[in-house]
Design a protein around this ligand. Structure first.
Ligand code: SF4
Length: 283
């Protein structure tokens, strides 16, 4: 396949399920994006606006959301409640992207796209949710939405290689940045929990070593056109129908004849997908 970049999402997919990585890169995206993903994207684009102006945040939100109806937990009214709460809480002050960061059409004024040359065979790309200032310190802004308890999400994010990769990208522009400002929006409330935590430079180095090893394996599979399609972190659940959360390829995995389903679900044409999301999903 024609690989031209890697992202945290694709690295994670490969490490958890090479089959998911392969299908993501070779099948067209499923036609309809799920409501949870669209709501997450719209909220990521607009939440920092609400610190200044709730109406401006709604405008940005609706620009991504369109005229979808949503569901009980994800709809424009719910977004407005979140903005109103965040406007009052004022946990942080948003800062514009650092000078020199690339501009990408369609991104909000806070999101920061990056292309990281980490010594890999391919560039590592993604985008950061933003940069904020709290207590006189610049911090990486990271947002998660959840329908579960927020404390578990805070612990999970602190240990995630995702923030270490994001910090590596931000360090290219701000060499002395060391901390993450995490906001977890629980949709059931709404309720917003804030946490600030440091990312150790040794954790960043170890994460980049992990990335480098995955890169070598991916290039090796690609060179030999030999992908380990029977390995998956969620194999054991397939027979019970409880596959990895939000995996769009679950119907293929549950079928005895996935090739016959591909035209029905994905339009049939193989391609080299670049449709990846580095954030915007719910935990
Ligand atoms: S459903 Fe599970 S096994 Fe199938 S592609 Fe997704 S993660 Fe992999």
């Amino acid at each position: 396949m024609n690989l031209d970049h890697l992202s945290y999402t694709s690295l994670l997919a490969f490490s958890q399920c090479p089959k998911r990585f392969y299908w993501n890169k070779t099948l067209p995206p499923a036609e309809e994006e799920g409501i949870a993903l669209t709501f997450g994207k719209a909220l990521h684009a607009s939440l920092l606006d609400s610190l200044e102006d709730v109406d401006k945040a709604m405008e940005t939100f609706l620009g991504v959301w369109g005229n979808r109806e949503g569901d009980r937990l994800r709809n424009p009214q719910k977004a407005k409640e979140i903005f109103q709460l965040y406007h009052v809480l004022k946990h942080c002050k948003p800062l514009p992207p650092p000078e020199g960061t690339p501009k990408v059409e369609g991104m909000s004024r806070w999101e920061i796209p990056f292309i990281l040359d980490a010594g890999l065979s391919l560039p590592l790309v993604g985008y950061l949710d933003g940069l904020v200032e709290t207590d006189g310190h610049k911090r990486l802004f990271e947002l998660k939405t959840t329908t579960f308890n927020s404390s578990g999400i805070i612990d999970a994010v602190q240990d995630s290689p995702q923030v270490a990769i994001y910090m590596a990208a931000l360090l290219e522009y701000i060499p002395d940045i060391t901390e993450v400002h995490l906001e977890v929006v629980s949709l059931k409330g709404p309720d917003i929990s804030c946490s600030v935590f440091p990312v150790d430079i040794s954790d960043i180095k170890r994460t980049m070593e992990w990335v480098s090893r995955l890169d070598i394996m991916i290039q090796d599979c690609n060179r030999n056109d030999d992908w380990p399609m029977n390995l998956s972190a969620c194999n054991s659940y397939i027979t019970t129908g409880v596959c990895m959360k939000n995996c769009p390829y679950k119907p293929l995995c549950m079928s005895d004849d996935p090739q016959s389903l591909i035209p029905v679900l994905f339009g049939g044409q193989s391609h080299d997908s670049t449709q990846e999301s580095s954030s915007g999903s719910e935990a």
